[in-house]
Design a protein around this ligand. Sequence first.
Ligand code: SF4
Ligand code: SF4
Ligand code: SF4
Ligand code: FES
Length: 949
Amino acid sequence: MSINKEKDFGTPAATSENMVTLEIDGFQVTAPAGTSVMRAAASIGIEIPKLCATDSIEPFGSCRLCVVQIEGGRGMPASCTTPVAEGLKIVTQNKKLADVRRGIMELYISDHPLDCLTCSANGDCELQDMAGAVGLREVRYNPIETHLNAEKDHSNPYFSFDPTKCIVCSRCVRACEETQGTFALTIDGRGFDSKVSPSQNQPFMDSECVSCGACVQACPTATLMEKSVIDNGQPEHAIVTTCAYCGVGCSFRAEMKGEQVIRMVPSKDGKANHGHSCVKGRFAFGYATHKDRITKPMIRASIKDAWQEVSWEEAINHAASELKRIQAKYGKDSIGGITSSRCTNEEVYIMQKLIRAGFGNNNVDTCARVCHSPTGYGLKQTFGESSGTQDFDSVMKADVILVMGANPTDGHPVFGSQMKKRLRQGAKLIVIDPREIDLIKSPHVKASHHLKLRPSTNVALINALGHVVVTENLLDEAFVNERCDVASFAKWKTFVAQEHNSPEASESITGVPAAELRAAARLYATAKNGAIYYGLGVTEHSQGSTTVIGIANLAMATGNLGHDGAGVNPLRGQNNVQGSCDMGSFPHEFPGYRHVSDPVTHQLFEHAWQTKLSSEPGLRIPNMFEAALDGSFMGLYCEGEDIAQSDPDIKHVHAALRSMECVIVQDIFLNETAKFAHVFLPGSSFLEKNGTFTNAERRISPVRKVMSPLAGYQDWEVTQMLANALGFPMNYSHPSEIMDEIARLTPSFAGVSYEKIDRLGSVQWPCNDEAPEGTPIMHTEHFLRENGKGLFMLTEYVPTIEKVTPMFPLILTTGRILSQYNVGAQTRRTENVAFYNEDRLEIHPHDAEDRGVKTGDWVGIKSRAGETVLRALVSDRVQPGVVYTTFHFPESGANVITTDNSDWATNCPEYKVTAVQITKVSQPSEWQQEYSAFTEKQLDLLEQGMSHD
Ligand code: SF4
Ligand code: SF4
Ligand code: SF4
Ligand code: FES
């Protein structure tokens, strides 16, 4: 069976509104000006042979296979590089053209190994197809020199490079430049000697390549080929689904053989990714079938006992009876649940429903608590809605892009590539970050300003930007007067204009030279379209919400809202952070961000769910831990979240988990939290279930089951079984019914249905009667606050209580790397460990020298909360006084040292600021030694209970 591929129109679509009409092979066709003849022909079903052209990259015109004739014209132009023109008459096929094409193919094939039957691309090779299309029957040339002995490169864990099959069409080189923006490939040499080569003639693995796979996808032959296809053969059917890693939410075709995923190919129709992907989404799917998957439910009386495999029925009944027992003993509020942004919308929705209606309290929280809860708070207060304002494509209209506390090329790589494309087109870039992120200087991209601030001084910096905008009169007063609450604006204006907010006054706080800050403020404020993108470097601070509000103030004051190319855009870390928040997984909010005490909403849900609901906000995650240690919170249902690794001050978290009487973990692996659990309910990966994810641009995209759940049930079914066992009936037969209920009860989702998502591919909320096909850009006419006006709020800078002292003289800040994902439970179980297999501590050369530390040395990192040990990487990407690490490996214990300081409004932890001391050491920390022993013990208890059948 051969797979249905997405149609290739040969060249990218033109965007002109001017239409031109021409004739191709006697058929009339109308196309936007700038369309190639090749694409216009393809649009009416005429496929002109081609090799060097593909519609994801600009045409190049090198292979000449696509030649055509133009009536009244001379020669044979290439149809991929010839634009349509009014009245043209094109001939795509006649004897002369056929002879030329056959001649070209003959030359290609004379230097090609004719091993089609055993080639991995057999059945999916454009060279093979073109040989057939042009009717090649013989090869008369027998060249003395060929490339048939060229050396192969298998260094990349996911794809191979076999230059014996290369036709030097340069599609890979252009994909790496245009689509990915990495410029890792070149064509070296000339004429016969020309060959594709990764940077500095190195193997792929040692080059600049970031393994996005764009070149593999663009290659028309088997030269660049996925190893999974080489090993398993061509896929036979495809199902469109959505990546389960980051908040970009890329759309993929899962190309399958039976129930085996052969490869993930980014979908050209994906509105968030337009056919592009990163290494995680495209290649790192092997964790789904990793041997560590746990597929049988398990229970045990205490965490000192061996696990015991039981039937689903027994596990669910045991979990339900434990939860009931705890409530009977300690009260209704003694249990709760934590949802995850890795779960689908439907899973999160029924989880919070189970807790509110089945547990009878509002003790539900989500991992967004520890990442973007300040975004929810700050944007809700100022704009009236807790979400980013733009679609990703809006960046292509931005003239100035301000990136604050985000690292898009690592954290949100496909959007990072799109942003780089816009920057190469000439948009200006301002980066606000303590660290030298890749975006600041990459091929053909250079930031106009890098405001290298000290960690924890975001608010002072934002106020200083506001000061320049106000005092230099760079305001958009017309926008403010028409769209915003003018009284609040007047107060803000007076506030930021105060001398203590000036760039000169704040320089000693932020470390950013006043002149540079003034220049950046002017650049942003005077842009036609200025867009702000921010990440966890903004939110994960004691004043995270204040900075979000400051960003919103700045965008309103300069009129950079409500239109293409502008906006305020949180880059969400995990795949469904936006969705899990939308679905009501906070203890104070029903779905759609409505307070649990709001009488109308309360009544609506009581009526719909046919039960009494509490109108008291429940416990946030940190409060659950406190209550556990106090002895008043004794039972936890935790789905898809690994609080024992991801939450701050981990020793405190572990103590809280140890003190609970029943911890129920639903996950695909025995994660860190499950080591403290009493019930383990096996979860399903994104490949095993139906549902939806909502990405950072509010886009609701389909997640489709491509293989059967390894443990027998999809996650929403497990929650439903638990609800029924607890006596709160749920009877959904498909997640679409859950979405229908969400739509009935949530105004911003009123128009959402699976039918619509299937029809449109995806839909951005708000989607309702006012916007039946969704809302790409928000606040275009008015803000979503009750009076429709944007609210300015004052943002006084309050220094964090986490101070550097002679004992803790350095500031530790944390972040992510491209190839790993969050707690690493998935990516550590893929070949991505070949790119990055341990967290390292980046330290500036001066600080390293002071301590006698060299790259590769083990260093102890001690904070007021604890101590851990990592290997050092001496690097001037960090400034003196600042050290940096990622947090993808549990044994690193990054959260042993983070403190319990948190955002004043939302309790989001201050992960980005920890005062530490660094010393050279020779052995793991005490905590790490305890961790290893505990992990070994827990794996042993798992092994003892497993049946291995
Ligand atoms: S995998 Fe991506 S980064 Fe690497 S060479 Fe190919 S296109 Fe470039
Ligand atoms: S590797 Fe593939 S895409 Fe690149 S030049 Fe060779 S045949 Fe073309
Ligand atoms: S950018 Fe994000 S959503 Fe897209 S493939 Fe990579 S991890 Fe997946
Ligand atoms: S496809 Fe047009 S020149 Fe190669």
